[in-house]
Design a protein around this ligand. Structure first.
Ligand SMILES: Nc1nc2c(ncn2[C@@H]2O[C@H](COP(=O)(O)OP(=O)(O)OP(=O)(O)O)[C@@H](O)[C@H]2O)c(=O)[nH]1
Ligand SMILES: [Mg+2]
Length: 468
């Protein structure tokens, strides 16, 4: 006897044509039911595959947008360089001539700072009116020091020539202001085609040979002067009296961005071309906002356009960020935790870490960003660690840290907790904090983090696609 498996149609089903269409047939037997369920299972599997394909298409259409935010010198442009190295290595390495020029500028600007310090010491020794009390009792520089300085004056011409090439507008402005008397960091407006200025150095941009990206026969190549001055530069930088002067003036050159003074012989060598690490350490301040396009790899079935936006981090630049807040998939917020004992360049009364915490609060409480994924990079941990090891006490600057141990493990855990608790209390919607301790000048560890980030955002995007 056949067993009846389905109920008779109810009154509701009889009135509803859709329910009628999908309702099991009346008087269905158990075998028929099993067959039907099997068929439905197969239909669902096919439907899921189709949905997945549609999702893939959807994801391909809409580019993933990431905004890099953080105060100046937090490592935004360096993070962007990591993306370039990972996803556009060929195009990035074609810019070698540009980065070589930036490194040359970083070197001559470091010497400009040293020469300024020597001027200050000389004024102090001469009993001039502008004496800084720190240089009053400073042992006078010898004639040998002054001779070296004199011989290095061509570096200042190189500096001017490089800046002129990099930023013709600001050099015209400077011509009106008069000669550059003391060091000032160079910034470049992202809308200017500064890289193209240096591409002129290219001999043949179709040539794939790395060595041919620079016209080595160019008599005006700054590399020639740098090489000619190399020995004097090394001599001055390694001089103990000069080192003492820098300590006295609290000029910690090693902590300055674009520090290449420990690699002078290499970076001033004839036919020097920067390595990837050199490019990551090169410093050029950003003004404005730049958009960069990347085509991500197709592994794990994902193929997608990514847009990364890099902004200038100085306080005066913050209003320029706001038009970019809409429709961002994620923000990578960078805090240079090594700056806990430093002040802002634009306001020497403000501690840099405190300023970064303040900026973090502003960003996570912004209404336009309420649904944006937030990734926090507690960056420059290499310098942070070195400072702690050198005995600089974190609690002297962050008094709430109290008498906890002055080691990396405890201080970094404290900072992670602090940023997380601010997110919890200030975010408009509950959000997960993706936090990483980073050294973005290290391509290997950063590459690993960015790959994970890529996967995390793709997964997140998938969830969002299925919800819409
Ligand atoms: N040692 C070390 N240096 C870093 C790290 N991150 C960035 N830097 C260096 O710090 C300098 C400033 O980094 P940038 O990426 O230019 O900073 P930014 O946030 O783009 O700064 P703005 O353009 O002024 O907003 C560069 O010379 C980098 O090489 C890090 O983790 N460790
Ligand atoms: Mg930048």
């Amino acid at each position: 006897m056949a067993i009846k498996a389905s109920k008779d149609l109810s009154a509701d089903t009889i009135n509803d044509p859709l329910a009628q269409a999908i309702a099991p047939p009346p008087h269905e037997t158990l075998e028929e039911r099993e067959k039907r369920l099997e068929g439905e299972k197969e239909a669902k599997r096919v439907s899921d595959v189709i949905d997945e394909e549609i999702d893939k298409e959807k994801r391909r259409e809409k580019p993933m947008k990431i905004l890099l935010l953080g105060q100046s010198e937090s490592g935004k442009s360096t993070t962007l360089k990591n993306f370039q190295l990972m996803y556009e290595p060929k195009a990035f390495r074609q810019e070698l001539a540009c980065w070589r020029a930036i490194i040359q500028l970083n070197v001559v600007q470091s010497f400009h700072l040293i020469m300024d310090a020597m001027d200050q010491a000389q004024r102090g020794a001469a009993g001039g009116e502008e004496i800084d009390h720190t240089t009053k009792n400073f042992p006078p520089l010898t004639t040998e020091h002054l001779r070296l300085k004199q011989r290095l004056l061509p570096l200042l011409q190189i500096e001017d020539a490089l800046i002129q090439r990099l930023s013709p507008v600001s050099s015209k402005q400077r011509a009106l202001e008069g000669p550059r008397l003391s060091f000032k960091e160079v910034a470049v407006n992202s809308s200017s085609a500064w890289k193209e200025c240096f591409q002129k150095l290219l001999k043949n941009d179709r040539d794939t040979d790395k060595d041919s990206v620079v016209d080595w026969d160019d008599p005006t190549d700054p590399g020639r002067v740098l090489h000619a001055c190399s020995e004097d530069m090394i001599c001055l930088w390694s001089d103990p009296v000069i080192q003492q002067l820098l300590v006295k003036l609290k000029l910690r050159m090693q902590e300055h961005t674009g520090f290449f003074l420990d690699a002078l012989e290499r970076v001033t060598a004839p036919r020097y071309l920067p390595s990837d690490d050199d490019i990551l350490r090169a410093r050029l301040k950003t003004l404005g906002v730049t958009e960069h396009h990347f085509r991500m790899r197709h592994d794990a079935g994902f193929g997608k356009d990514w847009r990364i936006y890099d902004v200038g981090g100085q306080r005066s630049q913050v209003p320029a960020w706001i038009p970019y807040f809409d429709h961002m998939d994620a923000i990578i917020f960078l805090t240079p935790i090594s700056a806990f004992d430093q002040v802002l360049e634009e306001d020497s009364k403000v501690n840099r870490l405190q300023d970064s915490v303040h900026l973090w609060k502003e960003i996570i409480s912004n209404e336009l960003l309420r649904n944006t994924n937030i990734i926090l990079f507690l960056n420059k941990i290499d310098i942070f660690q070195a400072k702690l090891e050198a005995g600089i006490r974190f609690a002297d600057y962050v008094t709430s840290y109290g008498d906890r141990p002055n080691d990396f493990e405890n201080t970094s855990a404290y900072l992670k907790k602090k940023f997380a608790s601010i997110l919890k209390s200030h975010s408009k919607t509950p959000r997960i904090l993706y936090c990483h301790l980073t050294t973005v000048t290290d391509t290997k560890s950063t590459g690993y983090i960015l790959t994970n980030l890529h996967e995390m955002l793709m997964r997140q995007n998938l969830v969002n696609c299925n919800l819409t």
